[in-house]
Design a protein around this ligand. Sequence first.
Ligand code: ASP
Length: 407
Amino acid sequence: MLKLKLHWQILIAFILAIIIGIFIPEYSGYFRWMGDLFLRALKMIIVPLVFSSIVSGVANLGGTSSLGRLGVKTIFYYITTSTFAILTGLLLVDFIKPGVGADLGFRMDVPELTSSTGSVGEIILRMIPTNIFEALVSADMLAIIFFAILIGFFIPRVQNEYSEFMIRLFNAIFEVMMKLTSFIIKFAPLGILGIVTGIVADQAADRAKLLSMVQHLGIYMITVLAGLAIHFFITLPLILKFIGKSNPYLHFRAMSLPLITAFSTSSSSATLPLTIEAVENNSGVSNKISSFVLPLGATVNMDGTALYECVAAMFIAQAYGIELGFVQQMIVVFTALLASIGAAGIPMAGLVMMSVVLTAVGLPLEGVGLILAVDRILDMCRTMVNVFSDSCGAVTIAKSEGETLKV
Ligand code: ASP
């Protein structure tokens, strides 16, 4: 088993998990703990990894001009691809109209929603931590990234003896975190076996509910999934090929482990260590670029989430029989982008951020209850798209900086 390549081990684990989850769900308890351990190990390294990665990434860039250039390229890529994703979703939802005639009796309560009615201003305000230790303790990624960029920016601007020490220190911490990541990755097949067994067993236990969900929300699901598929299989590969001048298929293969992990965990943050590892070792992007682009991307660049926010908001409007005009649809596009930036890289973050979009166009917040039932599966798929887009960004930007890659 150990001699098998990692992606084969993972594929076997995945298939095994589905079989166990469907046929002997009562035994899933014997496997779930492996998934929990794997997830805990990934979460354990996220904060030190993101912090050291961004500080060393920005500090190594040194001069204001290269930082500025990379920063502008990264943000431009993130905003453009997310906007493409949203527009794809908007076209599909306007064309398919999954919400027209949807059954409103199928609504569920969403307790998280009332506590998190975030506005656009709050997203921006939250970026600046009042207490960096509090931000580190609560894994508040936007705040951590903001502080790390500032630290990285000022390191090269102090006396040489201090700046050299700081750069070596943060490079060293980052190297150790990456070594630890490689160690954790060895357990990925067992982790995925545990996670996927749990998910499949839970769903299979409730087959009747699953069926009625598909009846009520099938077309909505298909609309979201079709949009995600177009972005994943067409838009991003085209960007990779024509702007990134790389081979999309090779990059896709290089990313197989992070993609399957994103799908299983529904968390870009938890997947981040694996994303960095794959983009550097398999696709050949330099550490200088990946350590800046990827942690930032895992938090702010969520193409799949952006697309989903837009389709879900339009679906809710259609279900309530509310016509949204052109201007209102543009507000949906803009707030979907902001909501995806503000969403944390954790499961169901996108669902909770729906409040931003719904509030902006005056749609009822309870509408989220309509789509709750199928959120799990959509979350898995949109997280995969989120992670893939980050990695395509790293490749495209590395190529534009003149790097020679393996893809
Ligand atoms: N789960 C997604 C992620 O981690 C965020 C979302 O809920 O859309 O990327």
